[in-house]
Ligand binder design. Sequence first.
Ligand code: SER
Length: 625
Amino acid sequence: MESQELRRRFLEFFSAQGGPATGGKHTIVPSSSLVPDDASVLLTTAGMQQFKPYYTGEADPMSSPHQTLGGKFLGSRNAVSIQKSFRTSDIDSVGDETHLTFFEMLGNFSFGGYFKEEAIRLAHEFLKEIGLKIQYVTVFGGDKEVPRDEESKKFWSELGVKDIREEGREDNFWGPTGAEGPCGPTTELYINNTEVWNIVFNEYYCSKDKKLRKLEKPGVDTGMGLERLAMVVQGKKNIFETDLFMSIFSSIIEIIGDKPIEKLRVIADHLRASIFLIGDGIRPSNKEAGYILRRLIRRAMLNHYKYIGAGLDSKFYLSPAEEIIRIYGKVPDYNNLREEKSVILEVLQKETDRFSKTLEKGLTEFQKLLSREKNKKKYAVRWPPKNLRKKSAYTINAISPKEAFDLYQSYGFPLELINELLAEHALFIDREEFDEEFRKHQEISRAGKERKFGGHGLLLDTGELKAANEEELKVVTRLHTATHLLQAALRKVLGESVHQAGSDITPERTRFDFTFDRKLTDEEVRQIEFLVNEAIRQNLDMGYKEMPFQEAVALGALYSPREKYPDVVKVYSARNPETGDVFSRELCGGPHVQHTREVGGFRIGKQEAVSAGVRRIRGHLLKTS
Ligand code: SER
């Protein structure tokens, strides 16, 4: 079944469902723009966004004019839509099996019409109708504030679903888009180990200070990525093999010749996303949504340079862009792409021309750096490793980590690209040295920031974790998960006598103290680092469960003996979703990433002694682009 057929079947199915008892038939509502009305978010990330006021009661679906319906009323308590959505949070995962920046979200919504039973029945029915069988579902397992979702469990089992799993806040509770908004427990549907559908029961309003209050009328908000649905329906291993992407790849390959599709995934995703962003009026700039667009275009071009090499000019993008506009412009909701085709192509061309000039300048600068006399001398003996080195044979040129960092700063050259270029000379910049430059730079700008704010204004300070803004919060959250993986890896390599003796996390690094009585050997450091990165690569689920302290200890959860814990504690585990193996289990208050791959990559830095029997190591995230 092709994607267009899936879109049609989804709208048709829901527009025929609903009656007086459940709030009426689902009104088909067009996608809203990727630039939302809601000023608390930069881009539209979910179908529910255009309906936010109906959940809160600020607007009434029966009597308030609705913008995407040209000012008409919904006229029903239920709606269905296919929403253009964009998530920057997934940008680093693009290229794997299931992540995209731009995607289409199929959703049905109820604003006081129906609730759990009907929402679950409808989802089950629709999947059955298109020939899919649910593998398993997850439901909210309950915590201190919100009870376990027994009702959903019951409704699923009445429909014959046997595998019902309970998850915590991290997985099965949808938070507000933006700073505040409707939220509630979710139930998620899995097919072939892929999460395809998320059903949110908006029972609460989450305010800025993270407090929950009950909404007057509970609502339903569901979201199913069209690309993932197409993947399972079409029996493909990843979203890029679906009909949604095939002709885009063909149009790229037509220009560059046959290349493995894996290397073109980022280009295809970013180009498609850029076209939709431009179509909704966003223009490349250095701030907010414009910056996101610029970053997408640049990343696509850097990928091009890396994998395809020469021919990096705007002409390359023309025919794939035309193909994207041709296939999406046929979908009635996206007619604007066709209408604005010439503008879209012009914006794209200008920006790619501009960045290819920057790249060119950077490449010239790179060559200049390489041919400098001082670089010849300074780095002549860095490569190959000492034992293979014959002095006379290796008077090669190089650039310093500082110079590499300047290339990154001024021309946007990420380390990978720099190493790619250096590879021609059989030599690389050491990642650690490059990251050191990165850190120095960050420390300088951080020092500047702290002066500016007089050192105040922390957004998060748990004692262990400190962050001044949203961006830093994301980084320390990743580092926090990395710290759990680190402790587990330390114990696997050095033995169970290792215990946490302190931890401190800032956006630059994690600092971890532990009981051990000697310096770690290089080989041990390498092994620990490998284990952590392997756990990241396996994309373990990072979830938590609440339980009595004694039960947690009996389970072998790690804790810090110096700390006082309440009777009921949260236990975070990093678990392999397929094998069920637990890599790390620790008592902790969070926050953590949901899946370990979000950590990116981890590197151990300095180690030192704190006191007799206590060692300290620092670690940081790899920043490569
Ligand atoms: N808002 C939820 C999501 O985006 C369901 O639509 O996943």
